[in-house]
Write a protein that binds this ligand. Sequence first.
Ligand SMILES: NC(=O)c1ccc[n+]([C@@H]2O[C@H](COP(=O)([O-])OP(=O)(O)OC[C@H]3O[C@@H](n4cnc5c(N)ncnc54)[C@H](OP(=O)(O)O)[C@@H]3O)[C@@H](O)[C@H]2O)c1
Length: 230
Amino acid sequence: MELKNAVAVVTGANRGLGRHLAAQLVERGAKVYAAARRPETVDVPGTVPLRLDVTDEASIREAARIASDATLLINNAGISTGATLIGGDTDEVRREMETNFYGPLAATRAFAPVIEGNGGGAVLNVLSALSWFHPAALGSYAASKAAAWALSGATRDELAPRGIAVSALHVGYMDTDMAAGVPADQKVAAADVAAQALYGIEKGLPEILADETSRYVKESLSAAPRPNAG
Ligand SMILES: NC(=O)c1ccc[n+]([C@@H]2O[C@H](COP(=O)([O-])OP(=O)(O)OC[C@H]3O[C@@H](n4cnc5c(N)ncnc54)[C@H](OP(=O)(O)O)[C@@H]3O)[C@@H](O)[C@H]2O)c1
């Protein structure tokens, strides 16, 4: 889709990757609703701040009512709790699934009729290399991103007849608050990832692999799984 005339809603646009996406969309001439659970924290010039908590269905419905001219939804908001699936706190596992899976699902359900009514457009889901690689230490986060990968595939098929393209962005570590504890040489620039994401939306790519890590992990999917212990 052409971004110059797009009307974008970016969730989690107050910091990190979402902030870069919102700023770059403005540079390209799009109208941008910078959605955040605390809209007063949005500081991207040229955007329209919009209250949207992805775990609060009423706020999603209200955001879809206000942004009634939307043609592009970017499901960017996400959390990483560090919970493991066996030893971790179940409430944290559920919170991660609520934010990273049910959040994009609810937003896509609310905005699909809006985008369709405006003549069609696109949805981008911000996923991870961990949609495909599932280390124990990030088990809960990886499960939520794997579920969101399935969401991307299934909604791509379901929304195509309604004129809505669905893309999935995969990346390893980026230089945002979420990966603050990761050494700098293991992270890519969020600004560069945002630029690749927008290129992918423009070209209608179903999958955008934004760094070496995501490309390597995707290629490894057909390898034999590690053997069981014992
Ligand atoms: N950083 C990485 O290494 C990395 C790698 C692969 C994928 N990702 C994914 O990239 C996306 C952006 O993350 P980031 O790296 O930019 O992290 P970040 O700097 O921690 O930003 C996360 C954003 O999500 C928002 N958010 C969290 N829960 C929300 C909710 N319930 N409703 C609305 N907004 C909510 C945050 O808003 P508040 O300010 O209100 O908390 C913030 O704007 C996420 O989906 C993440 O999983 C990140």
